[in-house]
Design a protein around this ligand. Structure first.
Ligand code: DSN
Length: 429
C-alpha cells in the first residue's frame, strides 16, 4: 500500500523519516530495544486497530469479533507452545500494566511484595516507592552483593523469612548475569509466596535456550514482547500451571484458579479493549521466534555481548560483575572520571545510543549516575558479528577515553558509517 502520510501530514512524515534515518545510521545499543520485522510493523499498522473487543474470545462485550477471536486464540496458542505454559493472557498493553495485573489479581492492597531494588537493577514495578507497586503494596527490596554485585540468594532468603512477602518478584532490567529461578522458588516455597518471574529483558534468550527458563519454577511469568523477543511493543502474562499453589491460604473463598484471577485482573480489573493490532503483531512475532534461526539469533546476542565485554575490559573499563552472561553490559565509569550522563551524551553525539544507568550502590543521583547500560539485541538483529562488536568496543573506548575533538569525531563517525553500511536497516523502506 502506497504511503499517504507525505500528502496527509508532511510535517509528521518528515519526523518519521528523520527517525528512520537515525535508526539506520546509528548504533542502537539500548539493551531493551530491538528492530522488529517489517511484517510485524505491517500488522501493527493494519485495520485491526479499528476494532473494539472487550472481553476474551467467545465472551466479548461487542459484536463483530469472530475474526478477532481467531486472532487472539492463535496468539494465545502460540505463546503457550513457545514457552511451554498452560495459559497465556496476551492483552496487557505493556510490561508495567502486566505486572500491575499480576499484583491486582493475586494480592490485596497493603500486602507485602519483595522485588529487586530499582537502583540495583530491578524495575519500577518491582516495588519502587513512587510506583503503584510501592504505594499500594508494602514493598520490600533485595539488592546485589556489595562486593560481587551478584544476586546473593541467601541474603534474599533472609529478607523473605523476616518480611514474609506474599509475592516475590525476580527479573531485572540491569543485571548482566543468569537468574537462578530455582533458588527463588525455594525461597518462595519456604515463605509461602507466589513467585513472579518478569522475563521482559531475557524472553528471547529463554526461547533460544541461552538463559534457563522460569517455567518449572514460577507461578506467573510476565514479559514484554519488544525486547529480545523482537516483536511489537506489548506484553504477555504466562502461567506455567493454572492451579493456584496457595489457593487455600490466600484465596480460600473463590473457585478461582490462577488463570481466572489473572484474566479478570486485566479485564474488568485494569484494562478496557485489547489492542488487537498489537495482539496480532505479537502472534507474528511468536511465529518468528519459533523458527529455527531464532535460536541462532539468541546465541549470537550473547556471543556479541561477551565479545564486546572483553574488548571493553581490555580497554580498562570496569564492568559490573566483571562481564556478562546475557544481552547486556553495565559499565561503571567512576574510574574514568566521567559520569553516565556525560558518556551517554558523548556517545550519542557520534551516533551510538546507550543509556545512563545507576550502578549498584551508586553514590551519584539517578539522572546523572556512574554508569551506562548497553546491549546487543538490536545490532545482532542487523547482523553484527563478534568481530563487529570488537570494533564497536574499540570505538566506544576511543570516544570515552580520549579527549574528543572534531578529528576524533570525524574518524569515529567514519568507522560507524562503515558498520551501518555493512548491515543496512529496513532497505525496503
Ligand atoms: N524501559 C525498560 C528498560 O529499558 O529496561 C524497562 O521497562
Amino acid at each position: 500500500m502506497k504511503s499517504s502520510l507525505p500528502q496527509n501530514d508532511p510535517e509528521l512524515d518528515y519526523w518519521l523519516k528523520k527517525e528512520l534515518e537515525r535508526q539506520r545510521d546509528s548504533l542502537e545499543m539500548i539493551p531493551s530495544e530491538n528492530f522488529t520485522s517489517l511484517a510485524v510493523m505491517e500488522v501493527l499498522g493494519s485495520i485491526l486497530t479499528n476494532k473494539y473487543s472487550e472481553g476474551y474470545p467467545g465472551k466479548r462485550y461487542y459484536g463483530g469479533n469472530k475474526y478477532i477471536d481467531e486472532i487472539e486464540n492463535l496468539t494465545r496458542e502460540r505463546a503457550k507452545k513457545l514457552f511451554g505454559v498452560e495459559h497465556a493472557n496476551v492483552q496487557p498493553y505493556s510490561g508495567s500494566p502486566a505486572n500491575q495485573a499480576v499484583m491486582f489479581g493475586l494480592l490485596n492492597p497493603g500486602d507485602t511484595i519483595l522485588g529487586m531494588e530499582l537502583a540495583q537493577g530491578g524495575h519500577l514495578t518491582h516495588g519502587y516507592k513512587f510506583s503503584f507497586s510501592g504505594r499500594y503494596y508494602r514493598a520490600v527490596n533485595y539488592g546485589v552483593d556489595k562486593e560481587t554485585h551478584l544476586l546473593d540468594y541467601e541474603a534474599i532468603r533472609e529478607i523473605a523469612l523476616k518480611e514474609k512477602p506474599k509475592l516475590i518478584i525476580c527479573g531485572a532490567t540491569a543485571y548482566p548475569r543468569i537468574i537462578d529461578f530455582a533458588a527463588f522458588r525455594k525461597i518462595a516455597d519456604e515463605v509461602q509466596a507466589y513467585l513472579l518471574a518478569d522475563i521482559s529483558h531475557i524472553a528471547g534468550l529463554v526461547v533460544a535456550g541461552v538463559h534457563p527458563s522460569p517455567v518449572p519454577y514460577a507461578d506467573v511469568i510476565t514479559t514484554t514482547t519488544h525486547k529480545t523477543l523482537r516483536g511489537p511493543r506489548g506484553a504477555m502474562i504466562l502461567l506455567p500451571n493454572v492451579i493456584d499453589r496457595w489457593h487455600d491460604l490466600y484465596h480460600p473463598n473463590g473457585k478461582k484458579n490462577l488463570a481466572e484471577l489473572i484474566d479478570s485482573a486485566i479485564i474488568p480489573g485494569l484494562q478496557g479493549g485489547p489492542h488487537n493490532h498489537q495482539t496480532a503483531a505479537i502472534a507474528l512475532a511468536l511465529k518468528e521466534a519459533a523458527e529455527v534461526n531464532f535460536t541462532a539469533y539468541g546465541k549470537a546476542i550473547v556471543a556479541n555481548s561477551q565479545a564486546l565485554a572483553k574488548t571493553l575490559i581490555a580497554n580498562g573499563f570496569s564492568l559490573i560483575t566483571g562481564g556478562t552472561d546475557n544481552h547486556l553490559i553495565l559499565i561503571d565509569l567512576s574510574q574514568q572520571g566521567i559520569s553516565g550522563k556525560q558518556a551517554e551524551i558523548l556517545l550519542d553525539n557520534v551516533g551510538i545510543t546507550v543509556n545512563k544507568n545507576l550502578v549498584p550502590y551508586d553514590q551519584r543521583p539517578p539522572l546523572d549516575p556512574s554508569g551506562i547500560r548497553l546491549g546487543t539485541p538490536a545490532l545482532t538483529t542487523r547482523g553484527f558479528s563478534t568481530d563487529d562488536m570488537r570494533e564497536v568496543g574499540e570505538i566506544i573506548a576511543k570516544v570515552l577515553l580520549q579527549p574528543v575533538n572534531q578529528t576524533v569525531i570525524n574518524q569515529v563517525q567514519h568507522r560507524i558509517k562503515a558498520l551501518t553500511n555493512k548491515y543496512p536497516l529496513y532497505p525496503e523502506l
